[in-house]
Write a protein that binds this ligand. Structure first.
Ligand code: 3H9
Length: 661
């Protein structure tokens, strides 16, 4: 640690920042917001920073200060953005405008400091945190697995509001900067450097200070994006680029549901060739977005999903999961095993013979190649996943997951054996989607050991795991199940053992209602388009084809809605036209896509969509009333994660409260 000087200028008191001036005249400014796991820029923190910047200005003028290095004192990273918990208080446009102006003024003053200011970045550097880093003159980042830079604001229904729209365009050029702002995609250090958001990489955090010191002493200054990049925002090219961006965004989000990306593109279209004008124009467009229902609901979804992370077991009793044993190498079992191995667990995958296990191992390899970066990482993941025909992994496992055919007797047999062979503390879990948990558990010596862990297909893409609670389970059993789901990076929602659990129970009446309409003569393309116009990610008929008509039928039966034998639905199943997997269902499928005809005009497509989702919304309300899930909040986040239900509406219960569904 460098020797410290006492600055002649008095630093104002601060809770979040510490400042040291070293003998070389370097000012080391560290942000470490107290009592918080991550640094965020609250109004208090920004006010403290403003006071510190005043002192820095004086020290720079007197020649006492040669430069500043801004670092984070938290292991979690640099800064995770503006403090989202304060956003509700900013619903008054006047209050928000003043807050934005203050932050802009402050960041401009940092940029105008007469001495070099260098940001040293490790871990998360997001939203307002990246905007602050971009106001520094030079950025050094740790090139390790944990560093992530980006603008996740669109996920909250807004875009960067602390000058980041302009400054990111200045540094990365219009196309790259708009791309990361429009998608919310987070970058690792190396691509961030290639893009121009970061200037220098170091390999480990320990060398960050050294490199930042060098950057200050050499007065390094980041260069703006070269002309070859900036040209994409000049003259008529900009309009063309903006239209392409609109088309790209339009594939995923409609302006009436998610206005933020469209508003950002308009801002770019107006000022994309002048980063200062872009920055100045930000607030006017930002304020209505922050106050939109979309943003309020997306913020709610953010906090609900944060709430899910608090489930499980914390503190000294926090279980450690190292080994998972999966029984059943079909699509679900194989994919669960692959996912657990991807997330670092040692996994044994059991089935009757190698022939049954081999396809799962092949799929796992494809997943590892897609998700992991280096050959070593891929090889390690492959090595972590072991075929296990004899079931030797059972005795060593921390978690046993059964995912065999939906046959009560087979499942009972598996768990009777598992109960004897596993360690007493190991979790026993079934991935059943249709058999009451109590019936599988009732013959066990300790039936409370069995929980449900209901994954969704495709496992690698869907974040939800329903943690199913039977009447035998104690809170601790369920907390451990939730802890395991979190340990493999999934979002657990605790659900009572009841037919269809939560997701299938609410989806089925919606999908079957749509099928009935089609059978009664409605146009399937129009039905699907209506659901999408309402805000669903996919229409119900296309979804039925994707899930598989045979699967849909068995879930429908389980929920007491047998498919009429003379229906088109039953005929398709009889003809083995099971949907996407057979190339034909309600739709013909080609290259994994439903071949769709023209959508006949309808005077109120979104209104029709609202009618279509009504059974889903009603079923969710009944599920809450019957205690299948503990609260409206859990129902909302469960249904959003499990069905893709319109996040901008905040979930079915919220939409119902707001009179929007
Ligand atoms: C922004 O910057 C807008 C500006 O342009 C303009 C504004 C006017 N605020 O998730 P974790 C809390 S918008 C408040 O468990 P992880 C989180 O709720 C912001 N709180 O850790 C949790 O609290 P608790 C753009 C925040 O390692 C705790 O920190 N930034 C914020 O799994 C630990 O979090 C974002 O959208 C925040 N910004 O994941 C990033 N961030 O312990 C949002 C975190 O009470 N944050 N908390 O439950 C994230 O995505 C994740 O938290 C992160 C870490 C990836 C950083």
């Amino acid at each position: 640690m460098a020797q410290m000087q006492t600055p002649n200028v008095q630093m104002p008191p601060s809770r979040a920042f510490t400042f040291h001036l070293d003998f070389e005249g370097l000012g080391w400014l560290t942000i470490d917001v107290p009592d918080a796991p991550v640094n965020t820029l609250s109004r208090e923190t920004l006010a403290e920073l403003a006071g510190i910047v005043t002192a820095l200005e004086e020290m720079a003028s007197s020649g006492e200060l040669k430069g500043v290095v801004l670092l984070s004192g938290k292991d979690s990273g640099f800064i995770a953005g503006a403090d989202i918990t304060e956003f509700d208080e900013m619903s008054d446009p006047g209050v928000l405008r003043a807050a934005l102006d203050r932050a802009h003024g402050l960041f401009d003053r940092i940029e105008a400091l007469k001495v070099p200011v260098v940001a040293g970045i490790h871990g998360f550097c997001l939203g307002g945190g990246l905007e602050l880093a971009l106001a520094c003159h030079y950025r050094v980042a740790v090139n390790d697995d944990r560093t992530r830079l980006g603008f996740p604001e669109v996920n909250l229904g807004i875009f960067p509001g602390f000058g980041g729209s302009g400054r990111s365009i200045r540094q990365a050029g219009p196309v790259d900067a708009m791309q990361i702002m429009l998608t919310g995609k987070l970058l690792r250090a190396s691509p961030a450097r290639r893009m121009g958001l970061v200037d220098k990489l170091v390999r480990v955090r320990d060398t960050l200070r050294w490199e930042a010191r060098k950057a200050v002493l050499q007065a390094r200054k980041s260069s703006p994006a070269p002309f070859t990049k900036r040209v994409m925002a000049l003259g008529p090219v900009r309009g063309y680029v903006a239209n392409k961006m609109r088309a790209e965004v339009g594939r995923k989000a409609k302006p009436e549901h998610y206005p933020a990306p469209y508003s950002l593109i308009e801002l770019f279209e107006q000022h994309g060739d002048d980063w200062r004008a872009m920055k100045r124009g930000e607030a006017e467009r930002f304020i209505p977005l922050m106050n939109s229902n979309t943003s309020k609901n997306l913020r709610r979804v953010f906090f609900l999903s944060e709430g899910l992370k608090k489930q499980g077991v914390r503190g000294k009793d926090k279980p450690v999961f190292r080994r998972v044993h999966v029984i059943g190498a079909g699509v679900m079992g194989g994919d669960i095993a692959a996912w657990c191995a991807l997330r670092g667990m040692g996994v044994t995958l059991q089935d009757l013979d190698m022939e049954r296990i081999k396809p799962a191992l092949d799929r796992a390899k494809a997943l590892f190649r897609k998700r992991l970066r280096s050959k070593t990482e891929i090889d390690n993941a492959v090595a972590r996943l072991e075929a296990d025909v004899t079931g030797k992994g059972l005795a060593r496992a921390d978690v046993v997951i059964e995912a065999v055919v939906e046959n009560l007797e087979i499942k009972r047999k598996i768990f009777a054996e598992a109960e004897l062979k596993t360690r007493p503390g190991a979790i026993l879990a079934t991935n059943t989607s249709s058999i009451e948990l109590e019936r599988i558990a009732e013959n066990l010596t300790a039936p409370g050991r069995l929980i449900g862990l209901h994954f969704f297909n495709p496992v690698a893409q869907l974040p939800l795991v329903e943690v199913i609670r039977s009447r035998f389970n104690a809170d601790a059993d369920i907390a451990r199940g939730a802890a395991f789901a979190l340990a493999i990076g999934k979002s657990p929602v605790v659900v009572k053992s009841a037919p269809g659990f939560l997701v299938n129970r609410v989806l089925m009446p919606y999908m079957l209602g749509a099928v009935q309409r089609v059978e009664a003569g409605a146009n399937k393309e129009q039905i699907d388009a209506a659901a999408v116009a309402f805000g669903m990610p996919m229409g119900p008929i296309e979804l039925m084809d994707t899930v598989g008509l045979d699967v849909g039928k068995s879930v429908a039966e389980e929920l007491g809605n047998p498919v009429a034998p003379d229906s088109q639905f039953a005929r398709l199943i009889a003809d083995r036209k099971l949907g996407r997997k057979t190339g034909q269902g309600f739709y013909t499928w080609s290259n994994g896509k439903a071949v769709k005809g023209e959508v006949p005009p309808h005077p109120d497509l979104a209104g029709l969509g609202r009618e279509l989702v009504q059974p889903l919304v009603n079923a969710t309300a009944v599920a809450v009333a019957e205690g299948v899930v503990a609260s409206d909040d859990l129902a909302d986040i469960g249904v959003i994660y499990g069905t893709g239900f319109a996040p901008f509406l905040g979930g079915p219960m919220q939409a119902r409260k707001d009179g929007r569904a």
